[in-house]
Design a protein around this ligand. Structure first.
Ligand code: GLY
Length: 590
């Protein structure tokens, strides 16, 4: 047995102290970032669920333990999020999911991946200029606060649809944990309270929201118990009959509330709501097949566009927190978000040039424009014109994400939202449903930035029944018949670049999933022209080098709340929730 020998003489102590000081100094050289918190890594050979709240993950895990599959777990987790994290997503909002099912023969066949769009839609009475005043100026808060900001919610229809397609357990069973959390209450955590404090003024203007989310107009405190009796009743009604949200008494309550408070959503809008199955957007990065959400999300298009621009560049050799790497990726992000502003919108209303924007030849052309030593201002980088794009036919803050992989290796990667924190800050009276402000994701006017500073044009103009453009990027990565990873994140405009970096961290930098979701992030979205670096994540030398190249560097506290599941060669599942949030991964059979 080796013996540990402690320093005994003064000399030994002095020498050891010097070594310690030297090591400390070395670890604090200008290019050595302070360490950010590291996520917890969970493993399971069987099945795993990861979401933004432990109680929601617990709900999913319970379904897996009852013999349910990934769909059952995802539905239970999503309903639980609606109760324990109502500020981010819920039955008053909408979203997207990717469903992956394994082939019978993983040697010869591909994973089957389908995309479900259950995003909010504009009400029939919505008009192009509905957020402009008499002078033609955008009334900014009108698309963010109150009933006029609300899009027709799709969550209940989406979850029921996915349940019908592959769910194993009875529908009613899936809502039980959420109903329990709503009826018995749960303890509020820091994240909930800090978001509540920021939206308190708006919430206090709506009596139904005020009754639920405040103590006589005052914010709750961490550790307080939140009981949501109305939402519990609504969830019980949905458990009996999901259609009641669209045609029954819940629909009636929403429409009545809207009519009273100047909102646009009618019973007809709710009756007409249907989720849409879409083809995911898939492309190759190295050996892996990366599939993500197609329009009306911009997530998949621009994730692949940026990966294509990276192409064969050996980023691993360059290093992850290296100025060249950050520069190249930033310039690629700048191009992608410029194109987003002109070309992306609801594909049921316009032709979105998906094939062209994700083509390798277009990526090569854009790559050639990027200088590795010189920054281009965003005013110098324009979206590609439709004509040029056509000649290239030679060959996409709040919200939440959850990922589930089951024993058969079915996988759900789902991002859903009520848009801004606490959505529109209004609850449909008597239902407990906190309603979204997704209408803000439309371009209220050309060049008018939304909540996330994103600008848009004609392609994302408001029209009746149209779907607002999104950045949500639920993603599944496979290698032929084998699942490699599934991931996604909230974060508005930053979603695409967060997902991009998590994927690169795993595929290119060979990080485990805990490291991959924890690693420092950066973001650029064309306009505003700034490179945002995560505070505490990058060394001084790297930051200075980027500034010298001309980047408008802005330091910001961490953003996003990604989660990820990875499957290694032996079939072991590994999952982690972003340490910037309060989520948790939970595996079965441990
Ligand atoms: N509401 C944020 C997004 O869909 O991108």
């Amino acid at each position: 047995m080796p013996q540990i020998r402690f320093p005994q003489t003064k000399n030994q102590i002095v020498i050891l102290s010097c070594v310690a000081v030297f090591l400390w100094l070395f670890s604090c050289t200008p290019n050595s970032p302070k360490s950010l918190p590291l996520a917890e890594l969970k493993r399971s050979k069987e099945s795993i669920v990861v979401s933004a709240h432990p109680l929601a993950s617990e709900a999913g895990k319970l379904m897996l333990e009852k013999g349910g599959n990934a769909v059952d777990a995802a539905v239970a987790t999503a309903f639980a999020i609606s109760v324990v994290e109502p500020f981010s997503a819920g039955i008053g909002g909408g979203g997207f999911l990717l469903l992956g099912t394994p082939p019978e023969n993983s040697e010869t066949q591909q994973y089957k991946i389908r995309a479900l769009d259950f995003r909010e839609r504009a009400p029939k009475a919505a008009t192009r200029n509905m957020y402009l005043n008499e002078k033609g100026e955008v009334e900014k808060r009108a698309s963010l606060d109150g009933h006029l900001a609300v899009g027709v919610p799709g969550t209940v229809a989406g979850l029921y649809n996915i349940h019908k397609s592959l769910g194993k357990l009875p529908w009613k069973e899936l809502l039980k944990p959420a109903i329990r959390y709503a009826r018995d209450g749960f303890e509020l955590r820091d994240d909930f309270v800090s978001k509540l404090e920021k939206r308190l003024e708006v919430i206090n203007k709506n009596p139904a929201a005020r009754d639920i989310f405040t103590k006589n107009g005052q914010a709750y405190e961490p550790g307080d118990l939140l009981i949501q009796t109305d939402q519990a009743q609504t969830l019980e009604t949905i458990a009996e009959n999901p259609q009641s949200f669209y045609t029954g008494k819940i629909a009636q309550a929403i429409a009545t509330d809207m009519a009273k408070a100047g909102g646009l959503i009618t019973l007809e809008d709710l009756q007409n709501y249907t989720p849409i199955w879409r083809e995911p957007i898939c492309g190759k990065f190295r050996q892996a097949k990366v599939c993500a959400m197609p329009p009306p999300s911009s997530g998949g298009v621009h994730l692949l566009q940026i990966l294509n621009i990276v192409g064969e560049t050996n980023l691993q050799q360059w290093g992850r927190e290296n100025a060249d790497t950050i520069h190249l990726l930033t310039e690629a992000m700048r191009v992608a978000y410029a194109d987003r502003s002109l070309h992306l919108g609801d594909p049921d209303f316009l032709e979105v040039p998906v094939k062209e924007l994700t083509s390798l030849s277009y990526a090569q052309q854009r790559r050639q424009e990027i200088s590795l030593t010189k920054v281009r201002r965003s005013t110098e980088v324009q979206p590609v014109s439709p004509e040029v794009l056509r000649s290239n036919i030679l060959e996409s803050p709040d919200t939440t994400h959850l990922t589930v992989v089951d024993q058969e290796r079915n996988v759900i990667s789902m991002t859903y939202t009520i848009n801004g924190s606490f959505g529109a800050g209004v609850v449909a009276a008597g239902t407990g449903i906190l309603l979204n402000n997704e209408m803000d994701d439309f371009a209220a006017a050309p060049e008018a930035p939304n909540l996330y500073g994103l600008v848009g044009d004609e392609a994302n103009a408001i029209a009746p029944r149209k779907t607002p453009l999104s950045s949500m990027t639920p993603t599944i990565v496979t290698d032929n018949g084998r699942l490699i990873m599934a991931t996604g994140s909230p974060g508005g405009s930053t979603i695409i670049t967060t997902v991009l970096q998590v994927i690169l961290n795993v595929l290119e930098y060979k990080m485990n999933v805990a490291e991959a979701v924890s690693a420092p992030r950066f973001h650029h979205q064309w306009l505003p022209d700034k490179l945002i670096l995560e505070t505490g994540g990058f060394g001084e030398a790297t930051v200075n080098e980027l500034k010298q190249r001309g980047h408008n560097v802005v330091m910001q506290r961490g953003w996003g709340n990604a989660n990820v599941v990875f499957q290694d060669e032996s079939g072991m599942l590994e999952a982690a929730a972003d340490p910037r949030g309060e989520g948790e991964a939970m595996g079965t059979g441990q």
